[in-house]
Ligand binder design. Structure first.
Ligand code: DCP
Ligand code: MG
Length: 429
């Protein structure tokens, strides 16, 4: 499985109001999250699987096969052997206890008859772009939070603060519903939306009626709708904080809210303690950040079995080349060039090492990336077997900002100083 990670370094372009200020506009922020996203995209291709337990994970060897009678033969989870994990599962499979990040062998114990489909990131990325474009047609203030979720600032949408019939919040509800309809029309997929005065609450709210739900909450409803929920529902309370809270006898958001601010600060420090207090009281003034530039773009892959630099040299070299090609594709598609090239290796003992180097000039070409990454590779002791290999390009700039010259595509030779093309052989180059 190969995962593209674009780490986004958010550069806030303020769209937030200051709710503390007199006369400031009330905010309505939506959080939209696609339902069982990868699985739902697959069901568009294979409608005969609708309603069945389906798990997405593993490699191409589980690709369905068309049979002579015109029906498809699907791989079953029970036949799976390997180290792949489930990226997601349909709700029917979740009912059997299969969840994201679960090992496929373990999932097979719970749902042996479930259909197993390989991951197709390119297809999910296409649908991701499509649903975001559909939302943008309704309103443009969108913060991208990854492949299947976004925040949307609805505060300025015409009519959003108006009632509709008996419904005091009819205006905003109608806009949120229009967004959901627009996504469904453009993609054939359902999503769940939470609408509240801020991002923190909307993120919680979008999960309350999943799948295919719309949940609108005001601050008045905090005690009834939010406080009974477990602390982990707050985005920002991870397993460690939850364990520490549990040790203090605190398991619900309401129990956090009932704590004096100072008590939380005492236990959790000034920053996090105060944040916990604010969060539990539904306070969050973060703006919707409509524009962010990635800090780096990377591709990595975990091997089906551990590979050794010498014994599996050819396989590794091919994977390495493919990663660089995919990464170059990502860069070119997104319109970036980068000046830092790095590698990430994870060994069979789970130790992870990274190396990088900064070039004289930004690149986006796969051969140039491979050459630079290869140089980094030579700085690592490769006596142990490898589990994972990744390549990253950082210090990004917009491709257009580089002075365009004729023959720019083939500017490789200019980087020879940083990463000599004729360098002595790479460890698996
Ligand atoms: N994903 C993944 N590995 C994980 C979690 C998620 O690869 N550990 C992928 C698969 C999901 C997608 O990201 O389809 C979106 O993640 P979500 O957490 O939103 O999960 P789903 O969209 O699948 O389900 P839900 O309906 O709960 O949102
Ligand atoms: Mg989702």
């Amino acid at each position: 499985m190969s995962v593209a990670v674009a780490s986004a370094g958010a550069r806030p372009t303020a769209r937030g109001d200051n709710p503390g200020m007199q006369g400031a506009k009330r905010r309505w922020i939506a959080h939209l999250d696609m339902d069982a996203f990868y699985a739902s995209v697959e069901l568009l291709r294979y409608p005969e699987l609708r309603g069945l337990p389906v798990v997405i994970g593993g490699g191409r060897r589980h690709q369905p096969v068309m049979q002579s009678d015109g029906t498809r033969r699907f791989a079953r989870l029970r036949d799976y052997t390997g180290r792949g994990v489930a990226t997601t599962a349909t709700y029917a499979a979740r009912d059997l206890g299969v969840f994201s990040a679960m090992g496929l062998m373990k999932a097979a114990q719970r749902a042996p008859d479930a259909v197993l489909l390989p991951v197709d990131f390119d297809e999910y990325r296409r649908y991701s772009q499509r649903f975001k474009a559909a939302v943008a047609e309704v309103t443009p203030l969108i913060e991208d939070r990854g492949i299947d979720e976004i925040y949307i600032d609805l505060s300025e949408v015409p009519g959003v603060h108006e009632p509709l019939g008996h419904d005091r919040h009819g205006g905003v509800r109608a806009v949120a519903q229009e967004i959901r309809n627009s996504v469904a029309r453009a993609t054939g997929l359902t999503c769940s939306v939470g609408v509240t005065p801020n991002k923190l609450l909307s993120k919680i709210a979008s999960e309350l009626d999943k799948p295919d739900g719309l949940t609108l909450l005001t601050l008045d409803e905090l005690p009834t709708r939010i406080w009974p929920l477990p602390v982990r529902r707050i985005n920002g309370i991870g397993p460690k904080a939850a364990a520490k809270l549990a040790a203090l006898g605190i398991t619900t958001i309401g129990q956090i809210a009932a704590q004096p601010r100072m008590a939380l600060v005492e236990h959790f420090g000034r920053g996090y303690g105060a944040w916990l207090h604010d969060a539990a009281h539904g306070r969050d003034e973060r703006p919707v950040v409509t524009h962010s530039e990635p800090v780096s773009i990377s591709r990595e892959t975990t091997f089906e079995r551990d590979l050794h630099a010498k014994a599996d040299r050819a396989v590794l070299a091919a994977i390495f080349t493919e990663l660089c090609e995919q990464l170059a594709g990502d860069l070119q598609r997104k319109g970036y060039v980068g000046r830092t090239v790095g590698i990430k290796l994870r060994f069979d003992d789970f130790r992870t090492v990274t190396r990088d180097q900064t070039l004289a000039q930004a690149i986006a070409d796969s051969a140039e990336i491979r050459r630079a990454a290869g140089t980094c590779l030579k700085r690592v002791d490769l006596s142990r077997r490898l589990r994972l290999l990744g390549v990253r390009v950082g210090t990004l700039a917009r491709a257009g900002q580089r002075a365009a010259r004729p023959g720019d595509q083939r500017a490789g030779s200019e980087h020879a100083a940083a990463a000599p093309a004729d360098s002595p052989e790479l460890p698996f180059g």
